[in-house]
Design a protein around this ligand. Structure first.
Ligand SMILES: Nc1nc2c(ncn2[C@@H]2O[C@H](COP(=O)(O)OP(=O)(O)OP(=O)(O)O)[C@@H](O)[C@H]2O)c(=O)[nH]1
Ligand SMILES: [Mg+2]
Length: 406
């Protein structure tokens, strides 16, 4: 990868923490690999049902002397439970299958043998998944409203919670036998398993989120730094849902980066798909403001950045206090339009007086200037620690807190 020498005048870190921008960074080699499949989802509702209990059996012992002896029908087996288990090797919530059911218990057997228990069903989810039960509230029978209860927060590899119990097996006629009564020719059917609607939510969608107006080159940047393949096209709103990629650093470290759909002005008022897009930004630890150096919609670089920040701030003021960087994208265009370089320099100069936010000049298309950006992000991710994952409840708390402070 070429170093940044092709636009030397722009190597201006605005933060004291950005010292590693150019020096060591160009020697750092990042590789990446395909990570999430194209059907990646961050929130999903599923229906889980425990397996039905197996039916009991009604039979009688037979021998030479008795055609119909004592009752010996066994009980049915228990239905399988449904569990949700977090696994580090699982990268995505279930997206295609919506119903999960434990296996039904087996029928009771002769000679008082119980039927086999049904197999449990284990739904594997990534670590950092919040599991909620959706239920109908009973406040008004005419208009039942839906509520949610958190069942668990799965963070460790192998952690498991029971979300639907299997039904009990029916009793065979042996269980009803009583020496004082005459033999009973009766047995129970198995009981139905528990059925629930469950919502699974990935608490943090990524370590780093790419934020920007449409066409800024976010998807192009994600393609350049990972093996994720979001569509890149010269028209706005190419990306309509988040894409994730993994950027891998030497030493086995890696961090996840999300390409988020482009924001529109007024997104904080829920214009366009505003809140839906901003919701994704909320759950990343570091924000990268991707700015097209040509500007957006007749706005210059500074105005583009300030409007973008305002959108984010108006939605949730605490977001602008999160670690952020600016990626000035499409720097290759300065080769044909030198006026752009001047504009970038003015912006960097202006920002050095205003805000303490590092600025990285890059060209996602030509893959230039990416190492310093990635080095910096890697260091930030390591510093923040992967332990802090933003969940909806964290975000809500932060939002309330920021409104109280103001
Ligand atoms: N010259 C140049 N063009 C770029 C660069 N990065 C992206 N582009 C072009 O800009 C256009 C938009 O790129 P995308 O990556 O789709 O932009 P986006 O920000 O993901 O857009 P939305 O998904 O609509 O939000 C495409 O035609 C890209 O080829 C760059 O570094 N230099
Ligand atoms: Mg895109």
């Amino acid at each position: 990868m070429k170093p940044l020498l092709w636009y030397p005048r722009l190597l201006v870190p605005s933060s004291p923490t950005t010292h590693l921008q150019v020096s060591a960074a160009s020697s750092v080699c990042f590789s990446s690999r395909r990570f999430f499949s194209s059907r990646w989802v961050d929130r999903v509702r599923i229906v889980v049902s425990g397996g039905s209990g197996g039916p009991g059996l009604s039979t009688f012992t037979r021998d030479r002397n008795h055609e119909c002896g004592a009752p010996d029908g066994g009980n049915g087996g228990r239905g399988g439970n449904v569990y949700i288990e977090s696994r580090t090797d699982c990268k995505s919530l279930p997206s295609s299958q919506k119903k999960f059911r434990g296996e039904s218990g087996g029928t009771g057997g002769r000679y008082c043998k119980d039927g086999a228990n049904g197999e449990d069903y284990i739904i594997r989810v990534p670590c950092g998944t919040l599991v909620k039960a959706v239920f109908e509230s009973e406040t008004s029978s005419d208009h039942p409203s839906r509520g949610m209860a958190i069942l668990g927060d799965l963070n460790q590899d192998g952690e498991r919670i029971l979300v639907a119990s299997g039904g009990k097996g029916g009793r065979g006629n042996h269980s009803f036998h009583n020496s004082r009564k005459k033999p009973i020719d009766f047995c129970e059917q198995g009981f139905e398993g528990q059925t629930r609607v469950i919502e699974l939510e990935l608490k943090s969608i990524a370590d780093v989120g790419l934020v920007g107006f449409p066409n800024a080159g976010k998807s192009c940047l994600l393609r350049a730094i990972s093996h994720a393949k979001p569509k890149v096209a010269p028209y706005p709103f190419t990306t309509l849902r988040p894409y994730l990629g993994v950027v891998q650093a030497p030493g086995g470290d890696s961090f996840t980066c999300a390409d988020i759909p482009g924001l529109v002005q007024g997104a904080f008022e829920n214009r366009g798909l505003g809140h839906d897009f901003l919701r994704h930004i909320e759950r990343t630890s570091i924000l990268v403001y991707v700015i097209d150096i040509v500007g957006y919609d007749d706005l210059d670089i500074a105005a583009t950045f300030h409007i973008l920040r305002r959108e984010v701030e108006m939605y949730n003021p605490s977001l602008v206090r999160r670690p952020s960087v600016i990626a000035l994208n499409k720097m290759d265009l300065i080769k044909t339009d030198t006026r752009l370089l001047e504009m970038c320099e003015n912006f960097v100069h202006e920002m050095s007086h205003e805000e303490d936010i590092p600025i990285f000049p890059v060209s996602a298309q030509e893959r230039l200037g990416l190492s310093p950006l990635l080095s910096y992000l890697h260091e930030m991710v390591a510093r923040i620690g992967k332990r802090h994952r933003w969940s909806s409840s964290d975000v809500e708390f932060e939002r309330v807190l920021s409104h109280l402070v103001e």
